[in-house]
Design a protein around this ligand. Structure first.
Ligand SMILES: N[C@@H](CCC(=O)N[C@@H](CS)C(=O)NCC(=O)O)C(=O)O
Length: 200
């Protein structure tokens, strides 16, 4: 199987983390920039978005949640786990939407959609489910960690102002975890791992 991703994508990072928790060491990694519409990506995904998983039978699966579901088909999340997943993924989508408008489209924070997203982050952060960084085997917890960390990296002032102190402490612990360090954008860029096994 081959995972197409970029160094900076939090969605790619989610899939990488999921694959790591499942010890899928044979997973090939292929880094590219979806914003450049590379032909090899467009041929597999007309939307030119990553992450994308190319299965051994040649199916192209895009969308991080579907990829994560495919990687662990036997796992059926409980309602409580789905509730954490819903929070984490919506938090991430909201932050990414604002970030895209600001950084890719050059919109200001006064743009109504940017404003709406940032206000939603401010409302949602105090209500974050508890993050337990020690629960390394729990996928919803790891997903929550990646999503909260992305908000901290992209909107540090909002994270600091609105996340509860227990959330801030837990994210500080989470971001020191070895695999989290190795999947930082700068680390991925430097290492350019070709296989998941290259990211011990
Ligand atoms: N809902 C998708 C979002 C994927 C996504 O937005 N990927 C970004 C990179 S972070 C991308 O490929 N952007 C290029 C584009 O939208 O044209 C998922 O969960 O995988």
């Amino acid at each position: 199987m081959k995972l197409y991703l970029s160094h900076t994508s939090p969605y790619g990072r989610l899939c990488l983390t999921r694959a790591r928790l499942l010890n899928l060491n044979d997973l090939e990694l292929h880094f590219l920039d979806p914003w450049q519409n590379p032909g090899e990506l467009e041929a597999l995904n007309p939307f030119s978005q990553i992450p994308l998983l190319l299965t051994d039978s040649g199916e192209a699966i895009y969308n991080s949640h579907l990829i994560c579901q495919y990687l662990a088909p036997e796992e059926v999340p409980s309602a409580a786990e789905l509730a954490v997943t819903a929070y984490a993924t919506t938090l991430l989508d909201t932050a990414v939407q604002a970030f895209k408008l600001e950084k890719k489209a050059g919109e200001s924070r006064e743009h109504f959609l940017v404003k709406r997203c940032l206000e939603a982050l401010a409302r949602a952060l105090p209500l974050a489910p508890a993050l337990h960084p020690a629960a390394r085997e729990s996928w919803p917890q790891m997903m929550l960690g990646v999503c909260l960390l992305t908000v901290k990296l992209r909107y540090p002032e909002i994270f600091t102002a609105y996340a509860r102190s227990d959330t801030q402490q837990a994210v500080s612990v989470f971001e020191q975890w070895d695999f989290v360090q190795r999947t930082q954008p700068e680390a991925l860029q430097t290492q350019a791992p070709a296989m998941l096994a290259d990211l011990p």
